[in-house]
Each structure stands twice: as C-alpha cells, then as structure tokens.
Design a protein around this ligand. Structure first.
Ligand code: GDP
Ligand code: MG
Length: 154
C-alpha cells in the first residue's frame, strides 16, 4: 500500500531513480513584509532541498510580466503583476532530488484554502494572490525562470 502512495503522481523512472534537479522559487512580497522568509526557506530545507542561489529582487513590471507570461489575458493578471512588484521578493534556486516536485508539494495548492495542512500555502497563505511563494511547475518552467533571474547560472 505504501508503494502505491509513494509512486502517486510520479513516473516509474522518478520512483526508480530520483534525479538531482534545480528549481526556481520566489518568496512573494507579502511574505517578506510579514517576516516569513526564514520560516519559508526552512520548510524547503527540511524537505531536503538546498540553496544553490539566493537574492533579494525588486521585480520590474516587465520582469514580472515575463515571469508570469503564460497568465497574460487572465482577469487576475494585472493584479498579480501589481502585487509581485509591490515590494522586494526573494529569488531562490533550490537543488535536490526531484527538486521540482518536492518544491511544488512543499508549497501546496495555489489556493491556500485548498492546500493540505503542513504545506506552506495552507499554513501561511491568505488567499490565492497572497499565497506566500512561487515554485516552478515543470523542468521547462524551472529552466526558463532560472534563466530570467540567474542568467549567469543557467
Ligand atoms: P501556481 O503555479 O500554483 O503559483 O499557480 P498558477 O501558475 O496557476 O498561478 C500563478 C499565480 O497567479 C498564483 O500563484 C496566484 O498568485 C495567481 N493566481 C492564479 N490564479 C488566480 C486566481 O484565480 N485569482 C487570483 N487572484 N490570483 C490567481
Ligand atoms: Mg504556476
């Protein structure tokens, strides 16, 4: 039974041979204002991810729009960009086995009200916009987002 639970959502290859990956995480402005940076980073570290790069970044409108380009045209897009540029953020490159999935699972579902207790968004998120943290959702997204924020490392 535990084997079924462990393999849920993962390909056979990932179960058989976890892959060392890099992913991109961004701690959103409200979390910095609320003093949650240490707590949020600790959640990822406790799941086995390590910090490969970290910096404080004030996003410009242009960079925020690029980061969230796939959402252009959604009714929440302008508010999302306004929030992401409302104060400094923390850009992180995290490294570890299955880092992309692990970071997504540690963050939890987009809407904090739907996220599992124990995830960052369930425990600290306020609503879908103020959901504490961003984490890349695929290898392509991780590479693209690392390229935006850490071009020297991509
Ligand atoms: P994520 O990958 O879990 O962060 O979620 P998405 O890629 O779907 O959306 C990116 C970000 O846009 C989310 O983290 C939210 O901050 C915001 N967002 C997405 N959907 C909504 C929505 O329906 N309403 C609002 N207000 N914000 C949203
Ligand atoms: Mg996303």
């Amino acid at each position: 039974m535990s084997e079924v639970a462990i393999s849920e959502g993962l390909s056979e290859r990932e179960v058989a041979a976890p892959k060392k990956e890099r992913t991109f995480v961004m701690i959103k402005p409200g979390s910095i204002e609320r003093g949650l940076v240490g707590t949020v980073i600790e959640r990822f570290e406790r799941k086995g991810l390590t910090i490969a790069a970290l910096k404080l970044v004030q996003l410009t409108k242009q960079v925020a729009e690029t980061q969230y380009a796939e959402h252009k045209g959604e009714e929440y897009f302008d508010a999302l960009v306004a929030y992401m540029t409302s104060g400094p953020t923390i850009a992180l490159m995290l490294e570890g086995l299955n880092a992309i999935n692990v970071a997504r699972e540690t963050a939890g579902k987009t809407d904090p009200r739907e996220a599992q207790p124990g995830t960052i968004r369930a425990d600290f998120g306020i609503d879908t916009r103020h959901n504490v943290v961003h984490a890349s959702d695929s290898e392509a997204a991780a590479n693209r987002e690392i390229g935006i924020h850490f071009p020297e490392l991509s």
